[in-house]
Design a protein. Structure first.
Length: 202
């Protein structure tokens, strides 16, 4: 399989980066190809322009063609041809980092990720990929995250973004609490990555 990979954390020595590296290594070891993007290190611009703020119309080719920015073209083409999606990011305020939210706005666009015949209609998912692995880091315990906060990242990825784009099978893993975790605990989490990748993409 060909996997499109994204990591969103401003510190290159973050545990998110260690997770992403371990996942990509596991994927490569089992014969998968990976297109990887570190949004912060690449300086991805998350700000949606007025020309991009539309929700209906456009074929894939038209959508890609209207992006003068070669970075947008690369990401949209990469997402469009991938068989799987790997995303690693922290839980900040119950949502992805702003740079990743902006990536969704600018890359998962009509004609690439979905199509609407009418603004109030149901979406037609366009992504060829049918599998996604979302890995989060968090310092909120699971009981509070689910019972008090409603697990907002599960709603974002599992109820909104992925189904909207046609991704039918996804797995979401949360490592917590990261802050204060021991080296042994983090090593154990990284060891688990290979199984999660195998379960998702093999």
């Amino acid at each position: 399989m060909h996997i499109f990979s994204v990591v969103a954390h401003p510190r290159p020595n973050s545990f998110c980066h260690a997770i992403s590296a371990a996942a990509r290594s596991a994927l490569a070891a089992t014969g998968h190809t990976v297109e990887h993007h570190d949004l912060y290190s690449e300086g991805f611009d998350p700000c949606l322009t007025s020309d991009e703020a539309y929700t209906i119309g456009d074929t894939l080719e038209q959508t890609i063609a209207r992006a003068a920015d070669p970075v947008l073209q690369q990401h949209r083409q990469g997402v469009g041809k991938a068989n799987g999606l790997l995303v690693v990011h922290p839980n900040w305020w119950g949502k992805p980092p702003a740079i990743l939210a902006g990536w969704m706005d600018r890359i998962l666009v009509p004609g690439v990720a979905y199509r609407l015949q009418a603004a109030d209609g149901l979406p037609e998912g366009l992504l060829a990929m049918k599998t996604a692995l979302i890995i989060n880091t968090s310092d909120t315990n699971e009981e509070r995250e689910v019972n008090d906060l409603g697990d907002p990242l599960e709603l974002i990825w599992g109820r909104c973004v992925l189904p909207y784009c046609g991704v039918k099978d996804y797995k979401r893993i949360v490592f917590r609490p990261v802050n204060g975790s021991s080296a042994e605990t983090r090593s154990s989490w990284l060891d688990d990555i290979q199984k999660h990748c195998h379960d998702s993409f093999c």
